[in-house]
Ligand binder design. Structure first.
Ligand SMILES: [Zn+2]
Length: 222
């Protein structure tokens, strides 16, 4: 059994990698997940099927990409994960190969606001132009598409999302896949109505107002 300062992260990463399979967000060993721990990143290894993965297989790398801990070969998408950490305050990054977003990416340049929950991702989700997996170019395209968003779709490839925690990043990956599915269902029935910028701004303001109210209530409690 692997034992180091990152045991908790290692076990949670293995658990969430298996959730990718259970939730239909990837198959086999496709996709990858990472968490940030101080100036290090723990990331799932390349080529090990999630069902066979052990906590000791998780790789520890520095922010410059050098491998610091044991484990297998770091995920081929390590440059993309590191670019997200460098450009945002992300605590975790989830990369999926989920079918609804891949199908959408082959046809559309953007996932429009089909449901107000898309405000949880920062608004309509951009599709980053296609470029080869594992490349620095893909890392650049992904971070550009993430500007002002917590999720992006990668053309003919998959999706990437991030959050303050692993749970938040993962929930955003699920939300994105669900939104893409709803969009497909709407398109199968006709031309969908899309929420306007003003309607999205109203939703964002209301969510902020309710959070502020809850925070005030907590603060006022004796
Ligand atoms: Zn991929």
């Amino acid at each position: 059994m692997y034992r180091d300062d990152h045991d908790g992260h290692r076990e949670r990463l293995v658990r969430y990698c298996n959730r990718l399979l259970d939730d239909g967000l990837a198959i086999g060993s496709a996709g990858n997940i990472s968490v940030r721990a101080g100036d290090e990143v723990l990331i799932s290894p390349s080529g090990i099927p999630y069902r066979d993965m052990d906590p000791g297989d998780i790789c520890v790398i520095g922010m410059d990409g050098t491998q610091r801990g044991g484990g297998g070969e770091p995920s081929s998408e390590t440059p993309m994960h590191l670019a997200v950490y460098a450009g945002t305050g992300a605590g975790a990054v989830v990369h999926t190969h989920s079918p609804e977003v891949i199908a959408l990416s082959a046809v559309c340049d953007e996932l429009p606001a089909i449901h107000y929950a898309i405000t949880g991702l920062g608004g309509p989700v951009r599709v980053a132009r296609y470029t080869r997996f594992g490349s620095e170019d893909l890392a650049r395209a992904a971070t550009e598409a993430l500007d002002g968003r917590s999720a992006a779709i990668l053309q003919n490839h998959g999706a990437i999302s991030y959050g303050g925690s692993l749970g938040e990043a993962y929930d955003r990956a699920l939300l994105l896949e669900w939104l893409a599915q709803v969009h497909r269902l709407a398109c199968s029935r006709g031309e969908p109505r899309i929420l306007t910028d003003a309607e999205l701004a109203e939703v964002t303001a209301e969510i902020r107002r309710r959070r502020y109210g809850e925070a005030r209530q907590r603060a006022d409690r004796p």
